[in-house]
Design a protein around this ligand. Sequence first.
Ligand code: SF4
Ligand code: SF4
Ligand code: SF4
Length: 312
Amino acid sequence: MPIKIASESLHACSGCEISILDMGEKLLELLEFAAIVHLPLLMDSKHDSPKKNPRTIKLPKADVGLISGGIKTREHLEVARALRKSCDLIVALGTCATHGGIPALANSYGNDDLLGRCFNTKGTDKADSFPSDGVPGMMDTCSALDEHISVDIFLPGCPPHPDHIFKALESIEKKELFSLPDKSVCDNCPATRNGNGQVKALKRSLELPNWRVYEGKEDFICFLEQGFLCMGPVTKDGCGGNTDSARCIMAQVPCRGCYGPVKKEGNQRLAMLNALASNGIDISSLPETVSMLRFSGGHGLLRPIDRRKESK
Ligand code: SF4
Ligand code: SF4
Ligand code: SF4
């Protein structure tokens, strides 16, 4: 019997579902042991509208529920609860689901600020009130999934590598444990580290990093030592899938931290400030530090700016 998979997308961009398709030929292999019974982005399957009655959401029974996206509206919450109820295992698919992801940057603002920005800024039609008819109510914060429902497997990444999506589903079918290595992006990085960063202020990422030919091989000095903000020291490794090579680094771009903190309970921003300081970079040269958490602002790590000021 194939394992049944049901999937829903909450506060998400659908990139995680595209990553399922990015498996390529492996998708055919997946379909030999798995049947997708519900995945609105790829097939015409819808749940009942919760606008009329939030408790009416009906989803098919499945062995595995893949949920991408965090929770920002009442509808997201009800859909997540309904899938939890109808599936034996829940996989948090992607960094929005595991850590809040890009949408959790909204946690730096209150809902009135967010709605005002959308509906009442220059260039938009002036509105006396925000739309509410038929619109799901907003929660105060954008949360990771495990802040509201229990999650069995965490698959971070923006998006997660298709190899890992396949491996996670295969391990469920084989009744094996699945986990990503507890390593940082730095642990697998081929950069040369001299241990003597000479740069005192961060450079803009628009500048080109230095690459060189060293002993006949193409080589580069650690981005951080060159003064570029590379989140490798505090970011979970795995984005290269089976290749073991971090995707951005191999494209000569510093890591932005999309796999979330290397330690589950870690505060990626504090750990990164520490890494910058120990590389000799003057932290006061950073224009701001909120964007360091642009993938991991759930779990109460980002709060509205005025509340942050008050708590200082
Ligand atoms: S984790 Fe990235 S790719 Fe997946 S839904 Fe969120 S923003 Fe999109
Ligand atoms: S900081 Fe970036 S460039 Fe330097 S070793 Fe770590 S991942 Fe590589
Ligand atoms: S290098 Fe960093 S930002 Fe780039 S894909 Fe990997 S974890 Fe994400």
